[in-house]
Design a protein around this ligand. Sequence first.
Ligand SMILES: NC(=O)c1ccc[n+]([C@@H]2O[C@H](COP(=O)([O-])OP(=O)(O)OC[C@H]3O[C@@H](n4cnc5c(N)ncnc54)[C@H](OP(=O)(O)O)[C@@H]3O)[C@@H](O)[C@H]2O)c1
Length: 365
Amino acid sequence: MAFSTITDLDVVATQQHSRELRSRLLATGSSTYVTGPSGAGNGERVLVLGGTGYIGRALVPELARRGYRPVVLARSVQAKNEAEYADAEVIVGDPTLAADVLAAVAAAPTDVVISLLSGRRPNDAEECRLVDHEAVGNGIRAAVAHDVRQFIQVSDFGAYRPELIPQVYKLQVEGELMGQHHGALPWTIVRPTAYFPYLSATFGDVKNGLPYRIFDHGEHSVVNPIAREDLAEFIVNQVLNDDALGRVLPVGGPWTEDNMVTLKGAGQMMFDVTGREPQWDVVTLKAWDKKTARLARLGRFSTQLKPVAFYLEAAKYWSVVDHVAPSYGERTLRGFMERLKDREFPTGSFRERMKSGTNAMPTDI
Ligand SMILES: NC(=O)c1ccc[n+]([C@@H]2O[C@H](COP(=O)([O-])OP(=O)(O)OC[C@H]3O[C@@H](n4cnc5c(N)ncnc54)[C@H](OP(=O)(O)O)[C@@H]3O)[C@@H](O)[C@H]2O)c1
């Protein structure tokens, strides 16, 4: 095989790296964490910030099941009627407002604060600053002021290689906790890999007969995503656990064939689960880089194009950076896709729906 450029060599090398890494991980298994609930509460008050999102909807019921008294600071009163919060206290307030967070912590003696906060528009730098940094900071400052016994920050495995805006703020928050910038506060940082909906974002497209997009060979990186139920159990295991204090805990899902995937592997899983012949939409990274650079240039003058350039960069980041962490839990990506198999998905590709704002990620399971 002849290589015309260094890039061609790199492309081949990443495929080989991913295949070797995946084989090695599948052969060794992961023994860092013991799967299973450990530790139970005795009515301790645990305030969850960002508890109305994807992970929060699994974490809050898990806290209640395990004997804690969960409290959710929700932006909408609607949360009071939602099944996930049946055993939780819901306080209506805005985590970006320091006074609201302080009042939620001060309402009763609070033992633990957990933050799952993250801006819902990761391409909006100001929103990321406001939520991923300022709102989390409100939680840290309130926890310090009220002698909270532990602050658990749910960060991101991407903080090991921060390139996207939210990751940079996650890293900043981690540094502030470690450096005790806001005062003395015992902390635990959890860095999860990807969640299942992210790797299933185009499941509906595949089910509806569209091809699956890959960069080059689709094997630039490897990931072991984690189920939200498993992550919730893992987080609760750390609550008031002395061994978790002052520790950064990277975590992903099982190191098994059904969960340790390249992005092409995730696509292949979709074809397997839906019973379709694989159909790939191959884009070269070289072409993608050119398109991203062009859009980034235009984005300097257009507020509409700037976020698009961000999404192109993010798509590349998630395709080329390994997200492999010690494993916890037994739920697999294939199991998640099996649960998606029988549902109807809106027509039109994921990209078209993103553009029209009707993008529907499967976040209810
Ligand atoms: N997605 C992944 O694959 C992945 C991987 C690793 C780590 N993480 C991190 O894991 C954590 C939990 O993720 P998730 O999927 O559960 O997040 P999510 O579903 O996006 O939930 C985000 C939470 O933050 C709140 N929030 C967002 N924007 C806000 C604003 N402007 N003002 C006030 N509150 C706001 C949301 O409240 P509303 O419900 O009111 O909007 C929600 O409670 C996040 O920190 C995320 O970055 C994600």
